[in-house]
Design a protein around this ligand. Structure first.
Ligand SMILES: Nc1ncnc2c1ncn2[C@@H]1O[C@H](COP(=O)(O)OP(=O)(O)OP(=O)(O)O)[C@@H](O)[C@H]1O
Length: 272
């Protein structure tokens, strides 16, 4: 059997006295979409940041295709075949849409756009080739075909999200990490995003608050609470797991206590 696209074992992260991730293990089999969910403060972003190389765990290890990822940094991701979107958009307002996506095509994007272009292998130095690749990725994510030379902030939020996804795909990653990709999108846009993620036919880690999206597209879901994995399984298994319902009910009770009088309660996050 092929080794997992990503494997975390026994990962532990502590911020001062607070244990943000406690002995967390998870596996993303090749071409599977694995969701990571959990109430606020459960450790989802920390886990994402560990995989991205922003946060270094004090214990545990990560493996990519069976090979240990040792002290990797964010700028190593493209070379490891990993693309990612961050919370929000993270697009450069001073660059056009095409240039934003081209930055993602560089495996050394951290140094900035121009210097990363110079750092590219010779064949890739051809800006036209990079632009061509950027346009392909924009088409792949269903972005309108007339936006390449516009600035991101001139575009609707949902379109900007597609641009951010195109940038994550620009280095042709085998594994894609998505941090709350549905945030700020309408119900219809979330549904379209779900179809898009399934059509990527890549291994995906999806950190997400929107349960509908998680339940619709994930092969497996891992549930964190207070830094620990409290459940894992198919969406149907997770939905009926008493420990998961308890964790989310705890969050709802807290939200209820803080709600303004007369405000409409949020729907149960685990129901469809
Ligand atoms: N840089 C940091 N320094 C100190 N504490 C941190 C830091 N980052 C996260 N934490 C704490 O670690 C815990 C896990 O936070 P994390 O952001 O990973 O949770 P989360 O599940 O992503 O939450 P949310 O859904 O609200 O984004 C929280 O208690 C948080 O306050």
């Amino acid at each position: 059997m092929a080794p997992a696209a990503l494997e975390l074992s026994g990962v532990r992260v502590r911020f001062d006295g607070l244990v943000a991730l406690d002995d967390v293990s998870l596996e993303v089999p090749q071409d599977h979409v694995v969701g990571v969910i959990g109430p606020n403060g459960a450790g989802k972003t920390t886990l994402f940041n560990v995989v991205c190389g922003f946060v270094r765990p004090e214990d545990g290890e990560l493996r990519r295709n069976g090979t240990r990822m040792h002290r990797h940094r964010a700028h190593d991701l493209a070379g490891l075949g990993i693309g990612r979107t961050l919370q929000g958009l993270g697009l450069f307002p001073g660059l056009t849409v095409a240039e934003n996506v081209m930055v993602g095509a560089s495996s050394r994007a951290k140094a900035g756009f121009l210097s990363s272009l110079f750092a590219l292998p010779r064949a890739d130095r051809d800006e036209a080739a990079l632009r061509e690749r950027a346009l392909e990725k924009l088409a792949e994510v269903g972005a309108p075909d007339d936006i390449a030379d516009r600035r991101p902030d001139e575009l609707p939020y949902g379109t900007q999200k597609r641009v951010a996804l195109a940038r994550a795909l620009a280095c042709d990653p085998e594994l894609v990490l998505l941090d709350e990709p549905a945030a700020g999108l309408s119900v219809e846009e979330i549904h379209e995003l779900g179809g898009l993620i399934r059509r990527l036919r890549r291994s995906v880690v999806l950190v997400e608050h929107h349960m509908d999206l998680v339940m619709e597209i994930c092969d497996e879901v891992v549930v964190l609470d207070f830094g620990k994995v409290i459940a894992r399984g198919t969406p149907a298994e997770i939905r009926d797991d008493p420990a998961v319902i308890d964790a989310y009910l705890g969050e709802e009770v807290a939200a209820e206590a803080n709600r303004e009088p007369g405000a409409v309660p949020e729907p149960n996050p685990l129901s469809e």
